[in-house]
Design a protein around this ligand. Structure first.
Ligand code: ADE
Ligand code: ZN
Length: 349
């Protein structure tokens, strides 16, 4: 829809972004565990934590790279044992999502983080699914689950994880690939992604977060992914950027994460403006909001406050991309985009 974006004052942009409907496509639900909930679940389950209190845990959130974060993230997830724990964690996220006008969320979960501690895959999926159903019924938020493989583990373990989840096949829509990127290229997981494709599952993968542009290429060529999670280092390869733009591959970008994990030195140096200007299809997402300083709207605010070259046109493109890139039927996307258009039409009137 053609809007007169120039009619939207810069001072209007943040409130407009905040109230606009949006989809979130890159959120690790274990990364939404706030320190307060970690301590509450630790107490409920009798789990000992290596931190004295909430403040001591929060003080440890000073990351230097992806691995320094993952070590603490897996420690935080150790309090999740019962079906209710998974429900409570996801429900807390949905309440935050509602406040940010998220109308659709696709949640990543890491079964291997839990099965390694003796928690059954079914406990994880049933708890999360219960929260998803409740979010639809009570908050009007639609959602879906994406099962992620931990790439620092073997492909055989990923294959076993997928097979173990098949009794709950109807509860998840796709598979993803996360954890330590460097040294674990996408091609390590060729067979399990082929199996996921056979099962009719959607496919996404983290690539080009800390890893090189070549990992984005092999995620596309070998894993046949439909979206790239992060992909912010793609700007280092003009040929790759040209391909991403030509093929319209969505990138689920996570601005605050990229700063906290030192992918960029400062938000002012983020590759988002280049990705947009070069015709790519980025979206904005929160990744692990409890660890990186904010939920979805906080990510939009941090990005737009640091980058004056991003205006109403870019805001609209990012929000629209979030719906276009979602794994939902076209008619539902269309309905959300119409709502988005109504909000922008009013702002540009
Ligand atoms: N797991 C949780 N957050 C992650 C990230 N940003 N990159 C890779 N794996 C993750
Ligand atoms: Zn991620």
């Amino acid at each position: 829809m053609p809007f007169d974006f120039d009619r939207i004052a810069r001072t209007e942009l943040i409130p407009l972004l905040s109230r606009a409907p949006k989809a979130e496509l890159h959120i690790h639900i274990e990364g939404s565990l706030e320190p307060e909930l970690i301590f509450a679940l630790a107490q409920r389950n009798g789990v000992a934590l290596p931190y004295a209190d909430v403040e001591a845990l929060r003080a440890a959130y000073a990351f230097t790279d992806l691995q320094s974060f993952l070590d603490i993230y897996y420690a935080g997830a150790s309090v999740l044992l019962q079906e209710d724990d998974f429900h409570d964690m996801a429900w807390a996220y949905f309440l935050k999502a509602q406040a940010d006008h998220v109308v659709h969320a696709e949640l990543f979960f890491d079964p291997q983080t839990h099965t390694a501690r003796g928690v059954d895959t079914g406990v994880v999926i049933r708890g999360l699914k219960r929260a998803c159903d409740r979010a639809q019924a009570e908050l009007g938020i639609s959602s879906a689950l994406i099962l992620c493989f931990l790439r620092h583990l073997s492909e055989d373990e990923a294959l076993a994880t997928l097979e173990a989840a098949l009794p709950w096949r109807e509860h998840f829509i796709g598979v993803g690939l996360d954890s330590s990127e460097r040294g674990h290229p996408p091609e390590k997981f060729a067979r399990v992604f082929a199996r996921a494709a056979e099962l009719g599952l959607h496919r996404v993968a983290h690539a080009g977060e800390e890893g090189p542009p070549a990992y984005v290429e092999s995620a596309l060529d070998v894993l046949k992914v439909e979206r790239i999670d992060h992909g912010v280092r793609s700007v280092e390869s003009p040929a790759l950027i040209e391909r991403l733009a030509r093929e319209g591959v969505p990138l689920t970008v996570c601005p605050l994460s990229n700063i906290k994990l030192c992918v960029f030195r400062h938000m002012a140096y983020h590759s988002m403006p280049a990705l947009l200007a070069l015709g790519c299809k980025p979206t904005v997402n929160s990744d692990d909001p409890a660890y990186f300083g904010g939920y979805l709207n906080d990510n939009f605010v941090a990005l737009f406050e640091a980058l004056p070259q991003l205006g109403a046109r870019e805001a609209y493109a990012l929000l629209r991309n979030s719906f276009e890139a979602s794994f939902v039927p076209a008619e539902r996307k269309g309905a959300w985009m119409a709502e988005l258009d109504a909000v922008f039409a009013q702002a540009a009137a």
